[in-house]
Design a protein around this ligand. Structure first.
Ligand SMILES: O=C[C@H](O)COP(=O)(O)O
Length: 251
């Protein structure tokens, strides 16, 4: 049985003062029945991890370099993230694919490096509105999956987040049928490539305008094992009911 995962992506938001949101999450979810992951900006990874104490929530990064170390000004390697207290890293978010021109091949190399460093990778895939309207969604997702997921993936270190680009930060959410179609497709693709063991134990998250008001409906969809939450993860008051909805959905 896959353990559900509620992941928060703070993106480029958060100063030290916002670490009090971690205190609030700890207080509200002292013994969570689902896995929790919070990915603050890199500047806060060390202090966020320290703030956790012995709480089971994980802290993650939002990107890493594909190399172990070297002359890459401004970049952060996977071992550095692990050394800072991170246990996971988001890779291939559409905002990085677009703004930093990250290709599937780059994401695959980064994910491979992250796995070697012992990190869980949350690899993001998703179609644009034009691609969906052209009925190319499954082709796009299938291509991103096969090209950006590395061979050294296991059921423990691989998480896939389906994030339709047009749903991110827009308040627009696919229908539950649309989400289910993509998640069932991803499950099938992973099972075909990696076999039933890895394919069935890899967690599949949905991301894109997940809010307290729509979380329960999304978590009831086939093969949705949790969420990657952006805006609503910034405040514990918003993230907490999403976590509760996931806990209530876990069966
Ligand atoms: O990584 C998170 C996603 O981009 C979703 O962001 P959002 O919940 O603000 O739409």
């Amino acid at each position: 049985m896959r353990r559900k995962l509620a992941a928060g992506n703070w993106k480029m938001n958060g100063l030290k003062a916002e670490l009090d949101q971690i205190d609030a999450l700890k207080a509200s979810h002292a013994t969570p029945s689902v896995d929790l992951l919070l990915c603050p900006p890199a500047t806060l990874v060390t202090s966020a991890a320290a703030r956790l104490g012995d709480h089971p929530m994980m802290i993650g990064g939002q990107d890493c370099h594909m190399e172990h170390s070297g002359a890459y000004t401004g970049d952060i390697s996977a071992p550095m993230l692990a050394d800072a207290g991170a246990r996971a890293v988001i890779l291939g978010h559409s905002e990085r694919r677009e703004a930093h021109e990250e290709s599937d091949e780059m994401i695959r190399a980064k994910a491979s490096a992250a796995h070697r460093a012992g990190l869980i990778t949350v690899i993001c895939v998703g179609e644009s509105l034009a691609q969906r309207e052209a009925a190319n969604t499954l082709d796009i997702i299938g291509g991103q999956l096969s090209a950006s997921v590395p061979d050294n993936s296991t059921g423990e270190n691989l998480v896939i987040a389906y994030e339709p680009i047009w749903a991110i930060g827009t308040g627009k959410v696919p229908t539950t049928d649309q989400i289910g179609e993509v998640h069932d497709f991803m499950r099938d693709r992973l099972e075909r490539r990696f076999g039933a063991g890895v394919g069935r134990s890899t967690r599949l998250l949905y991301g894109g305008s997940v809010k307290p008001g729509n979380a329960a409906e999304i978590f009831a969809v086939s093969n949705v094992d949790g969420a990657l939450v952006g805006g609503a993860s910034l405040k514990a008051a918003d993230f907490s009911p999403i976590i509760e909805a996931l806990e209530n959905s876990a069966g």
